[in-house]
Design a protein around this ligand. Structure first.
Ligand code: F6R
Length: 601
């Protein structure tokens, strides 16, 4: 999703802006640009495509010390050079980079046009820059011009602006979308997330919604939503930038798949009392919880579906899972003893944030399961259970997913313990999980046979039952986003109610099996129905003997308990998506149209 950077200091701004944009590449983008002020005039460089192309375009003689930059992920207006940011105002004196959506775009545009303001792009960003410009040219100070602009905007945004009328400052504001400031030695940075700041500074200022900040080489001035001048303290980020580098791996996705034993270990560390075999979670939850509502999107939603199984089985608390985007608009029935859990890798997903706010506004206790410390969600929930996957750069979620499952397993056990249950064996299994994942990764380097079948296919079906049904969904999601091959996940027992019509000798069908005999028997008969109709079976299973007699390509995986088995099972599915994507020559780290943090609805 759109990424914003800004720099002011004594170094060449273009270099720092390009470095910042490269660090934000992982968020996904289709065009990029920077703006500086040179000789009292705005200087713009934009490209449709990659940062490398932008780098080649930037003027070598541009020695400006102040500027803004952007990676765009198109929402309003198609992908084009004209719509790429920075966007300038109708007199060409102010440039803005923006992330978010101006919902009352049309009415604001009409009223500005009525006042004689002209537009030359299809973007909603042009509304912001023209609103600021109109106020500024009518004699307002820059901070007041921005205040008047944001007060008339409906929607969520983060933006940074520079003007040729004052080449010595950057003005920023945010509402609902991420934007942070970095403090260096005699220099300041603006960025959408900490990843872009880590190479330069660890001291960051998190702005509040509707804050306006002016950053100059002298410091940062902030006005809050009531337009009162306020101080915002900085915090120190302790993420390790080295762990975000590819090292000897070809792709971030590959690296992140292989990091899973470590990521899982880090997520468990310090949360188990090894002698007592109990959880010691850092979060404090209300004593009485009568139901749990989980909200999330995409892969995190699949983690939520596994979480429902875990919580209902281990803690006995009825749990519902909703796509955050659906939850917000369905008038959910919630009791005041409900616990709301928002699951999100980035902590920035707009739909998830708004769903959490809805629950919070109804007085519910809210808990975030999140991978990014100090991200937006951690600021609006009562408690946060961090997954310790480390920075996830590949757009497709891998280690973030498995660590979410671990966090939910720990949480379900902790809730069960608070209801008087004990699970020493489940704790032992969890402690053994990193080793199991390691041996799973070492055992699955021979998936070429499967990737051979898949890469020639137009479509694939993923079937699972019980706690492994969400893994079927996740396997299908990984395959479609990385390889662009159509894939669907289905509960195996549902196949005969429709999808069976798709089965022919060209259709690969994945069966994802758990460890329970009874469910494996049922799964086997469902897969038999596929085989009878000529479908090509691929079975991921910890119990290959349960599927003997079926004509199938078996992918044996190490065996755990029924609640942890999904974490093991998903690994070969991630790997297959990765291998097929690479084989098709696709950009596996940044698949088309996708964004790492989805900061629009
Ligand atoms: C899929 C994927 C997405 C995200 C979704 C939610 O591989 O990465 O489906 O899971 O956009 O993102 P977060 O977890 O950051 O809220």
């Amino acid at each position: 999703m759109c990424g914003i950077v800004g720099y002011i200091g004594s170094r060449r701004a273009a270099d720092l802006l390009l470095a910042g944009l490269r660090a934000l590449e992982y968020r996904g983008y289709d065009s990029a640009g920077i703006a500086t002020v040179v000789g009292g005039k705005l200087q713009l460089f934009k490209v449709q495509g990659k940062i490398a192309a932008l780098e080649a375009k930037v003027d070598r003689d541009d020695n400006s010390n102040c500027g803004i930059g952007h990676t765009r992920w198109a929402t309003h207006g198609k992908v084009s050079l004209r719509n790429a940011h920075p966007i300038v105002d109708y007199k060409g004196q102010i440039a803005v980079v923006h992330n978010g959506i101006v919902e009352n775009f049309l009415s604001l545009r009409k009223s500005l046009e009525y006042k004689g303001v002209s537009f030359s792009t299809d973007t909603d960003t042009e509304i912001i820059v023209n609103l600021i410009a109109y106020n500024l040219y009518n004699g307002e100070s820059i901070e007041r011009a921005v205040k008047l602009a944001i007060d008339s905007i409906e929607g969520y945004f983060a933006f940074a602006a520079i003007t040729s009328l004052n080449a010595e400052s950057i003005v920023v504001s945010k509402r609902g979308a991420p934007l942070i400031l970095g403090i260096g030695e005699g220099e300041f940075f603006v960025a959408s997330d900490a990843m872009a700041l880590l190479p330069f500074t660890r001291r960051v200022v998190y702005l509040e919604d509707d804050d306006i900040a002016i950053i100059s080489s002298k410091g940062i001035n902030v006005w809050d939503k009531t337009f009162k001048a306020v101080e915002r303290d900085y915090e120190v980020v302790n993420w390790d930038p080295v762990s975000a580098e590819k090292g000897s791996y070809k792709h971030f996705m590959q690296k992140e798949i292989f990091e899973q034993p470590r990521a899982v270990y880090d997520t468990i560390s310090g949360r188990i009392d090894p002698l007592d075999k109990r959880t010691i979670l850092e979060v404090e939850l209300p004593k009485e919880i009568d139901r749990i509502q989980i909200v999330a999107c995409g892969t995190s939603y699949h983690a939520g579906l596994v979480g429902k199984f875990l919580i209902e089985n281990l803690a006995g608390v009825p749990t519902e899972v909703d796509y955050a985007s659906e939850f917000r608009y369905r008038n959910p029935l919630l009791s005041d003893k409900s616990l709301l859990i928002g699951i999100t890798q980035s902590g920035e997903t707009t739909d998830t944030l708004r769903a959490v706010e809805l629950a919070r506004d109804r007085g519910l206790f809210t808990l975030a399961v999140c991978n990014v410390p100090m991200s937006q969600i951690t600021r609006i929930t009562d408690e946060t259970l961090l997954t310790h996957a480390g920075p996830e750069i590949g757009v497709a979620s891998t280690k973030a997913f498995t660590t979410q499952l671990v966090a939910l397993y720990l949480l379900a056990i902790a809730l069960g313990e608070s209801n008087g249950y004990r699970f020493p064996h489940l704790i032992e299994d969890l402690l053994h999980l990193p080793v199991l994942l390691d041996s799973c990764l070492r055992g699955i380097d021979s998936l070429d046979g499967v990737s051979d079948v898949i890469y020639r296919s137009d479509s694939a079906l993923f079937l699972g039952r019980g706690i492994n049904f969400p893994i079927a969904l996740e396997g299908a999601l990984k395959l479609k986003e990385i390889t662009y091959i159509h894939a669907e996940g289905y509960p195996a027992g549902e196949m005969k109610h429709g999808p069976i019509a798709l089965i022919d000798e060209k259709m690969p069908v994945f069966g994802i099996s758990g460890v329970e005999d009874q469910l494996n028997k049922k799964l086997k008969s469902n897969l038999q129905e596929v085989s009878t109709r000529g479908g090509k079976l691929i079975i991921v299973t910890p119990t290959p003997e349960a599927f003997s007699g079926l004509e199938a390509y078996l992918i044996p995986v190490p065996k755990s308990n029924q609640y942890l088995q999904p974490i093991v099972n998903v690994i070969p599915l991630q790997m297959i998506a990765y291998l097929v994507g690479v084989r098709l020559g696709l950009d596996v780290d940044q698949p088309r149209n996708l964004a790492k943090s989805v900061t629009v609805e």
